[in-house]
Design a protein around this ligand. Structure first.
Ligand SMILES: [Zn+2]
Length: 89
């Protein structure tokens, strides 16, 4: 069983965790601090995030947040709280 204590079922495009309740509502992801603008284009600059999704993902893999200054804002051990799935590009 892989049921977490939340009913969030929209996946963050940046980190792949299910941290959002709705797509494109500018919710901030708890896990990587990406702001969901609903855009799934890796190479387009995401205005609320001031970078491309590709860059945000790379940063998340590198240091655990979409941007270095958000490292202190993201939750630790997200796997205990959120489901995760492979992102389909
Ligand atoms: Zn995220």
């Amino acid at each position: 069983m892989d049921v977490k204590n939340n009913d969030l079922n929209v996946q963050c495009y940046c980190c792949g965790y299910f941290t959002l309740s709705e797509r494109g509502q500018y919710e901030i992801c708890d896990v990587c601090f990406w702001e969901d603008d609903g855009c799934f284009d890796l190479e387009k600059i995401s205005h609320p995030n001031h970078m491309t999704l590709e860059k945000g993902r790379k940063n998340f893999l590198e240091f655990g947040a979409c941007e270095e200054r958000f490292i202190k804002n993201v939750i630790k051990n997200p796997e205990g709280k959120y489901r995760k799935a492979i992102l389909k590009v």
